[in-house]
Design a protein around this ligand. Structure first.
Ligand code: XMP
Length: 509
């Protein structure tokens, strides 16, 4: 495995992605990790990430310099390189010219780290400080017009530094450099696959849980489904899943999930129908934050009541993913918890005195999808678009009533139907409909209508932090609009949302 020390770069998750794409496992840890912990992890190599700080700022993050003495290869990137150089007796100073963006990298040596690289290639820089003097034993491996020491190494000690970012796409040879570090320098083996991950995770769960019972909240999404499968494989019927039907789901969603998970995979699931409870608590409420709070509270009540029926449970499992874990412990103590408040069971482990079990907490979303496939989950579930916990409640603007839920469900089903048929479902991050609280005039046959308006929203995104509205073909939009107006009673107008995030959000509420 490779240890990545996180100095706060916005790209540190990308470094992890690049390493794992090479079938080598890696972990991202904060700079405060102790030397003993590093030794215990037995990394085959260490990568020091970039970061926004200046090495001479007294508050800048620092790792234990003892890591350079462990005989483990180290690759310092940007701030990581500067940290290494400064620790080992070199000099870093403010660059004459801040360098930001593309630069031409010229390589001096084409062995180990730079094996098979061309003499010139494009790299991507983002730094204010530069290295002006290398520690003893280091040699320059590459330079750019503004940065005489863009890459350097002490090859005897296997310490390498790059002033540019090999992990970003803009560095054309970046992938090659990272795979050289893994295979030429660290001598890693490309053996980490989802199959091996699953085997290890199953062992780990068995050890951690032993004979005890585990409870898991199923949402119908890919993360909780994969978590269920993995734990089920480890401990079988000692896992009980709880699925709460809050009455705010899409058409047939609860039914489909029931069939898939229960019949095909023999998982122990309790289905709790709590439609009435949710709808009566939401009656007359139109403020979006109030809706969320009510739904969160009722969910906790229903879930807890059901969980209490499972005697002797000691663990609560959750499908937390790696980005949440990393973001919630920023190197600078920055926004301390970005973990979304909509992780509905957040307060439960404490209240019910349950221990948390999070077997996906070192995986990224696409790895979870691959794991799902490995565990036998069908494509439909693996590729499901994200669906918010509060469900259709935040897609009905204004008050939620059974007739309005019914209209939105029909509209949404037509939209998804057509999006799937046109082959767009997987290409979109999300696609859904929103029911507006205003009416418009229309004409159907010979008579005037005064009916509802629905908005269609389809976005592309990598992580929901930013999103762009999808340029769906006009023909497809026309077909969706026609079908909705013809087939759904109570709708006489369809509009398409052409705003991006930011400044808009993906959901309307
Ligand atoms: P926004 O609307 O903030 O959404 O751009 C970003 C992503 O988060 C989802 N979302 C939610 N998910 N509970 C959830 O479980 C919520 O309250 C919630 N609000 C937004 C949204 O669907 C998108 O994927």
């Amino acid at each position: 495995m490779i240890l990545i020390i996180d100095f706060g770069s916005q790209f540190n998750q990308l470094i992890a992605r690049r390493v794992r794409e090479n079938k080598v496992y890696c972990r991202i840890e904060p700079p405060g990790i102790e030397l003993e912990q590093i030794k215990a992890l037995k990394p085959e190599g260490i990568i020091l990430s970039g970061g926004p700080a200046s090495i001479y700022n007294p508050d800048s993050p620092k790792a234990d310099p003892g890591l350079f003495e462990l005989g483990i290869p180290v690759l310092g990137i940007c701030y990581g390189m500067q940290f290494m150089v400064a620790q080992l007796g070199g000099k870093v100073a403010q660059a004459r010219k801040r360098e930001y963006g593309f630069a031409e990298l010229r390589t001096r040596s084409r062995t180990t780290l730079f094996k098979s690289l061309p003499a010139k290639s494009q790299c991507w820089m983002s730094h204010g400080d530069s290295i002006v003097e290398l520690p003893d034993g280091f040699k320059v491996l590459g330079f750019t017009e503004n940065t005489p020491i863009a890459a350097a190494a002490d090859t005897r000690k296997r310490l390498f530094g790059l002033q540019f970012h090999p992990e970003v796409e803009h560095t054309t040879c970046g992938k090659k450099i990272i795979s050289n570090f893994l295979f030429q320098v660290c001598k890693c083996k490309p053996s980490w696959t989802m199959k091996s991950f699953a085997a290890e995770a199953v062992d780990g769960i068995r050890q951690e849980v032993g004979n005890k019972k585990v409870i898991l909240g199923l949402s119908g999404g890919v993360d909780s489904s994969v978590t269920a499968l993995l734990i089920h494989r480890a401990i079988g019927r000692k896992l009980t899943c709880i699925f709460v039907d809050n009455g705010l789901l899409r058409k047939d969603e609860a039914l489909q999930l029931k069939q898939r998970l229960k019949q095909h995979l023999q998982i122990n699931i309790r289905f709790v129908s709590a439609r009435r409870k949710f709808l009566s608590a939401l009656k007359g409420v139109s403020d979006p934050e109030k809706k969320r709070k009510i739904i969160g509270r009722v969910f906790m009540e229903v879930f807890e009541a059901e969980a209490k029926k499972i005697k002797g449970a000691e663990f609560l499992a959750q499908g937390t993913l790696y980005p949440d874990v990393i973001e919630s412990r920023s190197a600078f103590g920055g926004p301390s918890s970005v973990i979304k408040s909509h992780h509905n069971v957040g307060g439960l482990p404490k209240r019910m005195k349950l221990k948390l079990l999070e077997p996906l907490k070192f995986l990224f979303k696409d790895e979870v999808r691959k794991l799902g496939r490995t565990l036998g989950l069908d494509d439909d579930l693996v590729w499901r678009q994200p669906f918010p916990g509060p469900g259709l409640a935040i897609r009905i603007i204004g008050r939620i009533t059974p007739p309005r839920l019914s209209i939105l469900r029909q509209v949404d089903a037509i939209l998804l139907d057509e999006i799937r048929a046109a082959g767009y479902y997987r290409r979109l991050w999300q696609s859904f409909a929103v029911l507006l609280p205003i009416k418009s005039v229309g004409i159907m046959g010979d008579s005037r209508t005064y009916e509802n308006i629905v908005a269609l929203r389809a976005v592309t995104s990598k992580d929901a932090m930013t999103a762009d509205w999808a340029r769906l073909p006009h023909k497809l939009l026309a077909r969706i609009s026609n079908r909705i107006i013809n087939e759904v009673r109570g709708v006489n107008r369809v509009v398409y949302d052409i705003s991006s995030k930011p400044p808009s959000t993906i959901e309307w509420e």
